[in-house]
Structures are given as C-alpha cells and as structure tokens.
Design a protein around this ligand. Structure first.
Ligand code: ATP
Length: 232
C-alpha cells in the first residue's frame, strides 16, 4: 500500500524551482533514501510532502488524501517530519519534552523509550546538556509519540559522527519493519542510508536522476557518484 505519493511535483521559493517534476512513492513498511548533493532539493521535497510549502504544480498524496497547508492536521493523521534542526526545548528536561509531545498525541511519554532505550537514563537531564546524538534520539522519540504512519526524516546525522548515525538508522528501519511505517530518509551518509533502505533516489538540481533498489545502488557506487555530480 502506497502511503506517500508525489506526482509531478515542482516546488521552490519565489520564482526559483528547487524541485522539478518529481515523482516519488513510499509504501507502508518501506524505507526510501532521498540522496543528492547540498542544495539538490531534498529538504524542499520533505517540506512539500508534509504541506509546509505548496507545490507550484503537481500533487502530494499521503495516506490516500491530498496534503494541503494544514500541517498540524496532516501530522495528526500520522504524516510526521523529523526536522534537521532539533525541534526541542533545550531548557527543559528530556522527560518534559516527551511529556509535551505526548500530550498532543495520546500515548504515554515513556512509550517512546522502548525503541530508544539509551534515552531512559537521561530523562531527568536538561536537553541543552545532551550530546548531538542524544538530541537526535530525542527528536526521533518525539516523532514516535506522534504515532507516525509516514515518517520524513531530514538528516538525522546532522553534525554527528557516523558511529552515532549507525545507532539511529536501525531505529528508523525498525519502525518500517515492525510497525509498517513508510519512511522517506534524507541522509548525507550514502552507504549508511542505503544500508537501511529498500530503495534510493538521487536528486540533482531538483530532478530525480537515478532511482533503484538500495542493493543495486550499493553494488554500483559509480552510478551513484555520477548521479551526484550530474554526469548521468
Ligand atoms: P542540503 O543537503 O544542503 O540540506 P537540500 O538537498 O536539502 O540541501 P534544499 O534545502 O531543498 O536542498 O534546497 C534546494 C534549493 O532551494 C537550494 O538552492 C537552496 O538554496 C534553496 N532554498 C532552500 N530553502 C530556501 C528558502 N527558504 N528560501 C529560498 N531558497 C531556498
């Protein structure tokens, strides 16, 4: 079952198109890696997918309905963005951050710790004192409390060492495998991203220039490299 579909989406800022004529689908239980160099349009794609920006043309369907600009409503339906800037209250404790997130959605605040047990001993710590990786874990935990069915993950690894990324990405994979969440994963660490994905799509100057099963892309890194640099 397709949970997210972009059909011929062109979107951008002012008169500049950052994403051009993009077709993309994500099925329930599937992880799709959205790859490409800086400025290729990855974040713009995620923003269009949740309704933060309106496509200039084309359409976005999530869970069978058209995505509009009512982002809160879309999130309540289970289409959830984990932004790259850590959307957390740094003066509050981990527990209070999770409580605030849970109050808006329903599940107990500590249910998120089942998938992120490394946060458990940190619940009383002020978020400002967490490491970057721990903050990303918290951002993911907050997204989980929204009970996502479609999860859009923007550079979980921002500023993190690959070892921290290696810990977080399997959590994302687990959501797809165990709960049937459809995941669109933006990630700079190409091999790590493809390692937990079913398919990969490379954007270059806003266009999809390569799309294939993740295993094929891992086996043909030259093709990925060429797509990154626009040689295809
Ligand atoms: P990165 O890997 O660097 O985060 P990206 O692939 O996510 O890049 P986008 O953030 O989607 O790329 O940006 C695509 C293009 O749109 C870039 O040329 C960028 O400068 C431009 N852009 C992004 N956000 C805005 C904005 N708010 N206003 C104007 N232009 C923007």
């Amino acid at each position: 079952m397709t949970v997210l579909e972009l059909r011929g989406v062109t979107a951008g800022y002012g008169s500049a198109a950052a994403v051009r004529d993009l077709d993309l689908t994500v099925a329930a239980g599937e992880v799709v890696a959205l790859l490409g160099p800086n400025g290729a349009g990855k974040t713009t794609t995620l923003r269009a997918a949740v309704g933060l920006i309106r496509p200039r043309s084309g359409e976005v369907l999530a869970l069978g309905r058209a995505v509009d600009r009512r982002v809160d409503r879309t999130a309540r339906h289970g289409v959830v963005l984990v932004p790259d800037s850590r959307a957390i209250f740094s003066g509050l404790s981990v527990r209070d951050n999770l409580r605030l997130a849970a109050r808006r959605s329903g599940p107990r605040w500590d249910s998120a710790l089942e998938r992120l047990p490394r946060l458990a001993p940190l619940v009383d710590r002020r978020v400002g004192l967490l490491s970057g990786g721990e903050q990303q874990m918290l951002a993911l935990a907050k997204a989980l409390l929204m009970q996502p069915r479609v999860l859009l993950v923007d550079e979980l690894s921002m500023g993190l060492a690959p070892v921290a990324v290696q810990e977080l990405l399997p959590v994302v994979r687990g959501l797809a495998a165990d709960l049937g969440v459809g995941v669109l994963l933006v990630e700079q660490h190409v091999d790590l991203a493809l390692g937990v994905s079913d398919r990969g799509l490379v954007l270059h100057h806003g266009r999809a220039v390569l799309e294939a099963p993740a295993a094929e892309l891992l086996a043909d890194r030259d093709a990925v490299h060429r797509a990154y640099f626009g040689a295809d």
